[in-house]
Write a protein that binds this ligand. Sequence first.
Ligand SMILES: Nc1ncnc2c1ncn2[C@@H]1O[C@H](COP(=O)(O)OP(=O)(O)OP(=O)(O)O)[C@@H](O)[C@H]1O
Ligand SMILES: [Mg+2]
Length: 293
Amino acid sequence: MADQAESLREMMKNRNGQGESKTRIIAVASGKGGVGKTNIATNIAIGYARLGKKVVLMDADLGLANVNVVLGIIPKFNLYHVIRKQKSMDEIIMDTNYGIRIVAGASGFAKIANLADDERNNFIDELSHLENADVIIIDTSAGVSANVLSFVAAADEAIIVTTPEPTAITDAYGIIKIIATEIDNLNLGLKLIVNRVKSVTEGKKVAERVINIAGQFLNLKVDYLGYVYDDPGVHEAVLKQKPFSAVDPNGKASICVQHIVGRLENVEYREGGGLGQFLKKLFGRSEGPVEKV
Ligand SMILES: Nc1ncnc2c1ncn2[C@@H]1O[C@H](COP(=O)(O)OP(=O)(O)OP(=O)(O)O)[C@@H](O)[C@H]1O
Ligand SMILES: [Mg+2]
């Protein structure tokens, strides 16, 4: 493992050594399912692309093809084929009409941690082909499977999505608690989005509740990234299999996401380790606690 980490570091150093800025890696997660992760991840990705960034949206939901559905795309190949060495990353990554590229999730493997050595090495090698992206946004499945934790732990930032529903709030706290106890990444920037709010005040109240409990009981700082209005346009866009910010760029939800992207760009962001660090952490977890660098 040490050898592998070392060679990875070298590889990324060489590749990143040309003065390019590092890839920012953002994972989107939630406790409860159906709170809007995929819609938010997809539309944040599109918002970033509108700022001229090179964006890859990765569907890490290893069960259901979420991102594909929202974008109306049917990929033939996904990460599973990459891991199995049947395809390369360049062959499975897909362009979209929305200025972002997508990588479809694999449904064929249960745990990244359980990959055989050669599969893991191949996966690392192929994932490193994403290095020319400015931003990688990872849409995860609800709850805290080992894979979700792996992706969240490896990312520079994790956005937790909740709605004002009491069960969603409780589950948001639940996943934050698990992240706090399971993940040894002290620099992980944890951020909260409250989706489907009826008012600004409602979003603020929900955020304060989660942030206060996390601070009080876990001694963990969570930043409020913003709210997204409950907007019938979201559902309509989903039915059309198009991202809501493309269907109605001036709609209530679209404007909220635009603000969120602006905030993400403006918040003081501790530059993470880029893709090399991400890969190292993603696979470092499989053999126990994340290595400190
Ligand atoms: N801001 C919103 N306004 C109105 N409806 C919304 C909003 N956000 C999400 N929805 C509704 O919730 C549904 C689920 O959203 P989405 O698929 O993004 O959730 P998810 O968290 O990714 O779900 P899963 O946990 O199954 O992956 C959407 O199809 C849409 O109907
Ligand atoms: Mg989803």
